[in-house]
Design a protein around this ligand. Structure first.
Ligand SMILES: [Cu+2]
Length: 378
């Protein structure tokens, strides 16, 4: 509940029961909870048929045509998607590979929806932090510099000694506990097990430190590698823009509706691999649902055999999985949280398969179907 006693969840539920126009409902819901979000949503006009309207607009976003200032943010979700940070490597006398990174924590204001800013805490000036990628069995060294105003750590998921766990109070004698502003520490451990993991700050209050943006994906490739694919990272996150312990904006890679404005271009028939991580705080469950297709799901990426062929995965906080799929047909295919409330507050995107300008009329008619039953770009 927020200070004024209005819960977004309750209002959304009430709005749904009354079949109120979603755009109006969202505007009303967010009144008093986030004036900036309310203004951003004001670009979505109501439609006469009672659905969230956008008849003049090809897609539903916070504000038609508006985007955040990616340059000022210093990162771009379309680039983050395929940006894997391999660090630098050198061979040790033993013949093993030592892989190293430097990660700096800094405070930084970012724009998470048009006109909606957030006082983030960042790893290397971006949210999510860099996607660190290594190979099973390598020696990893991550030099962490805390240039923030607050104490932080880097807590890696994986197998390592307690002193390297990034936990305040544990390993303090070795300097591996809480890293105060101006301090630094080098985490060092072996890359194990292979799979899709994450790292995040572990300073209390934990939810607040994570929610501010201190998290990132951590990929350990199996020794033998995985089949060649168009690989991308999706870190599901959210932003509590008024600090009432509930999120106002939901996203993949931080900017609400970014992949609606800039669909993810992929090749028809090519293997696509998605590294999907749930870094959401304040909501216990997140999910990923794909339209018009199914994917193989490798939970935590720790097995080379998929566990399920599906179109929806559910992830609790900190869970992650690898999705593999091919698109057999050209067109735009939506993906979104199947928690509909999240989808309507930013967690919605599209894959764009092939060249839309070459779509047939029939394909174009089905092109870009929106979750509330309307169609764009027909
Ligand atoms: Cu922290």
């Amino acid at each position: 509940m927020s200070k004024n006693g209005i819960s977004r969840r309750r209002l959304l539920g009430g709005a749904a029961a009354a079949a109120a126009p979603a755009a109006l409902a969202l505007g009303g819901v967010l009144n008093g909870r986030g004036a900036e979000v309310d203004r951003a949503l004001a670009g979505r006009p109501p439609a006469p048929n009672g659905h969230a309207g956008h008849s003049d607009f090809p897609h539903a976003t916070f504000a038609a045509g508006a985007t955040v200032d990616h340059v000022r943010n210093g990162f771009h979700p379309t680039e983050i998607l395929r940006d894997f940070d391999y660090g630098t490597t050198r061979r040790l006398a033993s013949g093993r590979v030592l892989r190293e990174w430097e990660i700096v924590a800094q405070d930084k204001k970012i724009e998470v929806a048009p006109g909606v800013s957030y006082e983030a805490w960042t790893y290397n000036n971006r949210v999510p932090g860099p996607t660190l990628r290594a190979r099973e069995g390598e020696r990893l060294r991550i030099r962490f510099v805390n240039a923030s105003e607050h104490p932080h750590t880097m807590h890696f998921h994986g197998v390592h000694r307690a002193g390297m766990d990034g936990m305040p109070g544990i390993g303090e004698l070795g300097g591996g506990g809480q890293v105060e502003p101006g301090e630094s520490f080098a985490y060092e451990f072996d890359a194990s097990p292979f799979g899709l993991h994450l790292y995040h700050c572990h300073v209390a209050p934990l939810a607040a430190h994570i929610a501010r943006g201190l998290y990132g994906a951590f990929v350990i490739d199996p020794r033998q590698g995985r089949p060649e694919a168009d690989e991308m990272v999706m870190v599901m996150n959210g932003f509590d823009t008024n600090f009432d312990l509930a999120n106002e904006v939901y996203a993949v890679n931080s900017v609400g509706f970014h992949y609606v404005n800039e669909p993810i271009q992929v090749e028809r028939g090519g293997l696509v691999r998605v590294y999907l991580v749930n870094a959401l705080e304040y909501d216990p469950v997140n999910s990923f649902h794909l339209h018009g297709n199914f994917f193989q799901h490798y939970p935590t990426g720790t097995s080379l055999a998929p566990s399920e062929y599906t179109d929806t995965v559910i992830q609790g906080q900190g869970q992650r999985g690898i999705l593999e799929l091919e698109f057999p047909f050209d067109g735009d295919y939506m993906f979104h949280a199947h928690v509909s409330e999240f989808a309507e507050l930013g967690w919605t995107g599209f894959f764009r398969v092939g060249d839309p300008s070459r779509l047939t009329a029939a394909a174009a008619a089905a092109y870009c179907e929106l979750p509330w039953g309307e169609r764009g770009r027909t």
